[in-house]
Every structure is written in structure tokens, then in C-alpha cells.
Ligand binder design. Structure first.
Ligand code: SF4
Length: 768
């Protein structure tokens, strides 16, 4: 470990307060405050001209894809006013900032000084503008040429005793072209160690949907929202995390759709929406969105879904043939009888108790569902980051199968992805467990034999680095340390590496908690113009609903020392593999069309890629469920049997979930306010039920330390301000990354290995 680093200061945000102010939670999301906030951020960071230029092209046909969430754009007309939300604007403010970090900045600030800042302060410093190198034992990053940087990495990679000693992480910002080349390079180099941010978010959805339905992606399109009779939203906070989804919900609502929200928190965006693009919304008149809100306990979703199904069975018995789609069940599914037998042995009172929802409230959902078949179920991290996440998502599928609600208009599965191209990266090969079919296709098209042994996912990578089995960490984007669990353990893991390399647009904590040597490779962002041989290039991304579109930046890059991600991969591959590579990397650096041609050859669904990606709204990738097919081994959709194991808390324990604030996108902190929840200027807070506060002898704004004792180890997050909040008894919420230190690296979802960030057992003590 470098001597100049104080492990705790470097790895975590400072344990200091910024001045909490509290207000009432907002009744509706967006409205004029969202417009004000958007322009304030964008103009403040990028200036008016640069800011407007970027915003005018954000999510427009022929423009560039929002680097934030993966909510889809309309296929037809796009808004002439703004096809983006407040958080999309904030993401642009971050990226389009005119501030830049050159060698003099790093000369003036040591790594330890920068690491003592908060993530918010680090992010505000500006765009990385030239490659930087941190030699072993040095205090400051120093400039390095691109050539030297590539050769340093190549030498380090080639000196390992096995390619499996290197780990290659990908974040969801990376476009299809760079991601495809990256996995190609990594596989030709000789490993499948390709962890990605999907491992931490929707991996559970991918596993569950693949097992049940034969495809690891959602089945609905945006148009299905206009046709649905019922939309259920579980474990998702669209007002902050996918704000334009509120427009889709508002339209659905106008068509008479019933919206059911299931969440431990009454999130503002679920309750009401003031659409600033309508006169009513602009005047602050809100549309109520949710018809039925069930405030479920943390991890109460599985028993709740089973309780809904159980009461639906009763209704089916009362009115045979009117509730379930037996024709669909018979033709398209398997396992129905065993599933039914298992379910009918469940006790409705026990299910109600472990969900935290009274039977009468569950019956209101049953009433809304029983005569409907056009049902969409949406979900996000509130479901995927639990031990039983895969079973919970398969229970959603059980419900949809009972109702025949897959493969028809206005119905289906909708896992809402959090990062713009996380789904696309996986489609083009970023996966530590590649299928035989995919590897055969690589071999056929590129004439080398890729490794078959599965690689490390995120949690396995952290453990491998910690144990010294992995020695080089290369990150294509992201802020690995702040995104991952068990902060101090992960920090130690990174610090035990010989070399850590980050391809980034902005400075973040993962540059400051590093291996023996470290490199920062600054790349173009989505909004940046990417010109090659005098011709503007574009990349492409796949949104949550499987639409692939082009993304073409419009801003002049802040520095001429930035490279695009595809070029970084090509040059790294050439430096590392030299003559032993069978891939023509030079060709890809002439024009990105060549990359897309090779994606088309290798991966099904990309026929006429270069032609179709140039169509104004892109194209849909094939989706067997949409076509009424289930590509499982039997060709049938599968019912799943899951048993609820109720959570029993000890007297002094509480369940904690980590959440985002409204001024935050993943690990990027845009500001210190959480406007919708009425929490201002502070992030070190814990939301608690008043009854729990009474039980623990706490009053509003007391300061507590939070502990987790899993695996016989004490983890502590110091100094969190207690806020009474409408959250079920026994449950608490804290922001990440501040509370990630409490999430044990060993606590993962079954089958998907996703960290259990939504269910951490904690104890608390008043801070001294
Ligand atoms: S909804 Fe998501 S993709 Fe759309 S503008 Fe907002 S943050 Fe960007």
C-alpha cells in the first residue's frame, strides 16, 4: 500500500457535515424548479452558448444519447422544447463543463489532498484533459504521453504470469463500438475477466428473465405504456432515477391506466408529476400518478407478490376462466401445477406480515388486476439488490404468466436500466460468462481462440485483487471504488494492485485510491465531437427497451489531448498484442463503420447495422418475448417456485438500504440537495421511522454511528444525522456511496452475485 495514503481518509467521503436543512417532502416531481435547476447547472458549468448547444441535441434524432439513465426516447416525434429531464441536464453540465484539469492542477495538488475532498468536491474540479501517471510512491500525478501510457500498460500486462491476473471493468457509459473492441482485445489477450456495472445492478434481472423467459432483457416498448391497463412499479424511484418515465406514466394515466406503486418510501415521483412541458405542469398543477401505493417493508416484495397471486387464485376459483389466461398457460408455459400447489400451501397472513402490507390493501391490487391482462411490471434496484432478488423477479414473471401478460401489446416485463448503455455493453460481449455460441462466433470471425473459462464478476474481482490473484485493474469508465460495496475492503483490493488504470472524463475517487502505479486516460464524452480523418464519427447505444440508436457529440472537446474510447482500445491492443494479434486494429481507427460491420458479423440481431443505425430513431434488436416466443431450453416460459424466508431482526438491529439523492446519478454527486425528500445541503443522513427513533431513544437530528457485523468483522460508518421519515418500522435508508462501507462484500444475491445494497443489517450508537 502506498505510504502516503491514509486508508480511511482516501477511501471514504469526509465525515464532516455540510449544514443540514429540512423541509417538507415535495408532493409532485419536476415542474418549474426542475427547469430552473437544469439551466442553473448547465449554464453554470458549461456557459450559456456551449450549454444550449449541448441541450439542443440531447436525445434528439441525429444528436447524442444522454449519458445518464437508459430510459428510451420516443420512436416518433421528439419534443422540440426539450427531450431530456433535470438529471439529463445535470449529466450534461458535468460533462460539458469548461473547467479542465491539466498537468499544473495535479502538480499543485497531491493525491492525498484530493482524496480528502468529498466526491461532490472532486467531481466539480473539471474535465480530465491530458493523460496522467502516478509513479510508485509518488505524491502527485504527472503528465505522460499517450504512447508512453500505452506502453506502460502493455508492459505490465505482458509481464503477468497469466492473463487472468488482469481485470477489465466496464461502466454503462461505454458505447457499443468501444465495448465490442474492448471485449475483443481482452479475449485475445487471454481472459474473460470482464466485470461490469451490470453485475451490481440488473444482473439479477438478467438471470431471472433468462431462466423464466429465455431472454435476459425486458419485453415492453415505450408504446406498450400507451396500451397498458395496469402498470406496476416495484423498487424503483423514477422521479430521480429515470425522470422521463414520468411523462410515459402521465400519458398512460390519461388513457385510463391504473398505476400501482410498491416501495418502502413514498417517493415524490411516484406520487405526482408536474410536466413542465405542458401549460398545467408549468403552472405547477400536478398529475396524480399512483392509484394504489403499498409501502412495503425492505425485501417484502416477494411475499407481497405471492399474496397477490394467492388472492387471485381465490378469485379464479370464484369465477373460473375470468382471472387467469389458461389458454396462454397451457400453450406457452411449464411448471404451472407445481407452482400452484406450492402457492396454495402458503399462509396469506404470514405473507402479509412479511411484506408489511395489510390483506385489505393487497386486495385492492387484486381488484385492479383480476380482470385485466394488459399489465406491465417495472422494477429497478429496489428488487435486484437482495439475497432473493432472482426469485422475486421470477415471481413477477409468475404473475405475468398467470395473466398471459407477456408477448401482447400493453403487457410485459420492464426492468428499467440505470446507465445509458449498460444493456448494450452486455449485448456486444461485455460479460464474464460468455456463451459457447458467442465464443465460437469470435473464433470464426477473428481467427483466434478466445478463452472459455469464466472470468471474474465485480465481487469476484474485488476478492481476487484483495487476495493478490489479480494484479492489474483497468476500468473503462465508472468510479469503481464508490460504486462497489465494502469500501475499505475494496480500497485495500485496489491498493494491492501493481497498476490501476482508469479511462475517464472526470476526476473521481477511484483515481485517488490506486495501485502501486496508476494511470488516468482522459477520453471524449458523449457530448464531445469525435472527428477522425476529417470525418465526424458517431457511436451507438442500446436503451432499456432494446433500441439501438446513434449518438453523435456536438461540442468541441475541452482539450486536443483526449482520445475516444474506441481509439484507446485499439492503441492499447496494438501496444499489448503487437504482431500476435489477428485483429486489424488499424482498420477500426479509420472509421467506426468498420467496427459496426464486425459487430454485425459476430452478433445476431445487428443486420444492416450501419444502415439501420442511421435511421432517425435507430432500430429494435430482436426480442423473442415480444414475438410471443420463449427461448428457454424447452421453448416454454417457466413458472418458478420460491419460498419466502421472512427477515427477523434482532432487538437492536435495523434493516438499511442505500439510496440515491435527487442531486445524484450513480456515483456522480451533482449537489447536496435531495429536493423531493425535503433534505437539503447534507448527505450524511439516515432516514428512520419515528417509532424506531423512540425505541432507540433518538430525537430528530441526533448524530449516530452505523455498524455492520457480518462475517465476524466490524464495519462502521461514522456520523449520520437522524431524520424522521415515512419509512416502515425496522427499515432505514442512507445515501451511497457514504454508506457503502457497511455493505459486506460477501453479502450477495443468490445466482446473480449482486451486492445486497438494499438489505444491510445495521446497529446504531449515538456518536460521541
Ligand atoms: S430520463 Fe434518463 S436518459 Fe432521459 S434525459 Fe433523463 S436522465 Fe437522461
Amino acid at each position: 500500500m502506498p505510504e502516503n495514503q491514509n486508508e480511511h481518509i482516501a477511501a471514504e467521503n469526509p465525515e464532516t457535515f455540510t449544514g443540514l436543512r429540512l423541509g417538507p417532502p415535495k408532493k409532485a416531481a419536476a415542474g418549474v424548479p426542475a427547469i430552473v435547476e437544469s439551466f442553473k447547472q448547465v449554464f453554470g458549468e458549461a456557459g450559456v452558448l456551449r450549454g444550449l448547444k449541448a441541450l439542443n441535441k440531447l436525445n434528439q434524432k441525429g444528436g447524442f444519447d444522454c449519458p445518464s439513465c437508459a430510459w428510451p426516447d420516443p420512436d416518433d416525434e421528439r419534443s422540440g422544447i426539450a427531450e431530456y429531464c433535470e438529471n439529463g441536464a445535470k449529466a450534461i453540465a458535468e460533462e460539458a463543463t469548461a473547467k479542465k484539469l491539466l498537468a499544473d492542477f495535479f502538480k499543485a495538488h497531491t493525491v492525498s489532498q484530493l482524496a480528502a475532498l468529498s466526491d461532490f468536491e472532486i467531481g466539480r474540479k473539471g474535465r480530465l484533459a491530458e493523460p496522467m501517471y502516478l509513479p510508485k510512491g509518488a505524491e502527485n500525478y504527472q503528465p505522460i504521453s499517450w504512447n508512453d501510457a500505452f506502453h506502460k500498460i502493455a508492459d505490465a500486462l505482458n509481464s503477468l504470469s497469466s492473463p487472468d491476473e488482469a481485470v477489465f471493468y466496464t461502466s454503462g457509459r461505454t458505447g457499443n463500438e468501444a465495448a465490442f473492441l474492448y471485449q475483443l482485445f481482452v479475449r485475445e489477450y487471454g481472459t474473460n475477466n470482464l466485470p461490469d456495472c451490470s453485475n451490481m445492478c440488473h444482473e439479477s434481472s438478467g438471470v431471472a428473465l433468462s431462466e423464466s423467459l429465455g431472454i435476459g432483457k425486458g419485453s415492453v416498448t415505450l408504446d406498450d405504456f400507451n396500451k397498458a391497463e395496469v402498470i406496476m412499479i416495484l423498487g424503483q424511484n423514477p422521479g430521480t432515477n429515470h425522470p422521463r418515465m414520468l411523462t410515459a406514466l402521465q400519458k398512460a394515466k390519461a388513457n385510463g391506466t391504473t398505476i400501482i406503486s410498491i416501495n418502502p418510501l413514498p417517493e415524490t415521483g411516484l406520487m405526482g408529476f408536474s410536466n413542465p412541458q405542458t401549460l398545467k405542469g408549468f403552472l405547477g398543477m400536478e398529475t396524480a400518478l399512483t392509484d394504489i401505493f403499498l409501502q412495503v417493508k425492505l425485501n417484502g416484495d416477494l411475499p407481497l407478490l405471492q399474496a397477490i397471486e394467492l388472492i387471485l387464485f381465490e378469485e379464479q376459483q370464484k369465477n373460473p376462466g375470468t382471472v387467469f389466461d389458461h389458454d396462454f398457460i397451457e400453450k406457452h408455459t411449464e411448471g404451472y401445477e407445481s407452482f400452484k400447489n406450492h402457492l396454495l400451501h402458503q399462509n396469506i397472513h404470514a405473507l402479509s406480515q412479511s411484506s408489511g402490507i395489510h390483506i385489505n390493501e393487497i386486495k385492492t391490487v387484486v381488484e385492479a388486476l383480476k380482470n385485466k391482462s394488459r399489465i406491465i411490471v417495472c422494477w429497478a434496484m429496489g428488487l435486484t439488490q437482495h439475497k432473493n432478488a432472482v426469485d422475486t423477479i421470477r415471481e413477477i414473471v409468475n404473475l405475468l404468466l398467470l395473466k398471459g401478460s407477456i408477448g401482447k401489446p400493453g403487457a410485459g416485463t420492464c426492468p428499467v436500466r440505470g446507465h445509458s448503455n449498460v444493456q448494450g455493453d452486455r449485448t456486444v460481449g461485455i460479460y464474464e460468462q460468455p456463451s459457447r455460441k458467442f465464443l465460437d462466433s469470435i473464433e470464426k470471425n477473428f481467427h483466434f481462440t478466445p478463452p472459455a473459462k469464466h472470468g471474474y464478476d465485480v465481487v469476484e474481482s474485488i476478492k481476487a485483487m484483495h487476495e493478490g490473484k489479480a494484479k492489474i485493474f483497468f476500468a473503462m469508465g465508472g468510479n469503481f471504488l464508490s460504486a462497489t460495496p465494502d469500501t475499505l475492503f475494496t480500497a485495500e483490493a485496489l491498493q494491492r494492485c501493481k497498476l490501476t488504470v482508469q479511462v475517464s472524463t472526470k476526476l473521481n475517487r477511484s483515481h485517488l485510491v490506486h495501485g502501486e502505479e496508476a494511470l488516468i486516460l482522459p477520453c471524449l464524452g458523449r457530448s464531445d465531437k469525435d472527428t477522425m480523418n476529417g470525418e465526424d464519427q458517431f457511436v451507438s447505444c442500446e436503451n432499456s427497451m432494446g433500441v439501438v440508436q446513434q449518438s453523435k457529440g456536438v461540442l468541441d472537446p475541452v482539450s486536443d489531448k483526449l482520445l475516444s474510447e474506441p481509439v484507446i482500445v485499439c492503441r492499447l491492443a496494438k501496444a499489448t498484442l503487437g504482431n500476435r494479434s489477428k485483429v486489424n486494429w488499424d482498420k477500426y481507427m479509420l472509421h467506426y463503420d468498420h467496427i459496426r460491420d464486425d459487430i454485425e458479423k459476430t452478433i445476431p440481431g445487428f443486420d444492416r447495422y450501419n444502415e439501420r443505425v442511421r435511421m432517425p430513431a435507430g432500430f429494435y434488436l430482436p426480442n423473442c418475448n415480444r414475438d410471443g416466443r420463449f427461448d428457454t431450453d424447452s421453448g416454454k416460459a417457466k413458472f418458478n417456485i420460491a419460498t419466502d424466508k421472512p427477515l427477523v431482526l434482532k432487538e437492536d438491529e435495523l434493516a438499511m438500504m442505500t439510496i440515491r439523492s435527487h442531486d445524484q446519478f450513480n456515483t456522480t454527486i451533482y449537489g447536496l440537495d435531495d429536493r423531493y425528500r425535503g433534505i437539503y445541503n447534507e448527505r450524511r443522513v439516515i432516514l428512520m421511522n419515528q417509532a424506531d427513533m423512540n425505541r432507540f431513544g433518538l430525537k430528530k437530528e441526533d448524530v449516530v454511528d452505523l455498524y455492520n457485523f457480518s462475517d465476524g468483522k466490524e464495519r462502521v460508518a461514522h456520523k449520520f444525522i437522524v431524520i424522521p421519515y415515512a419509512i416502515p418500522a425496522g427499515c432505514t435508508a442512507t445515501y451511497f456511496p457514504e454508506a457503502n462501507v457497511l455493505v459486506p462484500v460477501s453479502a450477495v444475491a443468490e445466482k446473480s452475485n449482486t451486492p445486497m445494497s438494499k438489505l444491510v443489517l445495521i446497529k446504531l450508537k449515538k456518536s460521541s
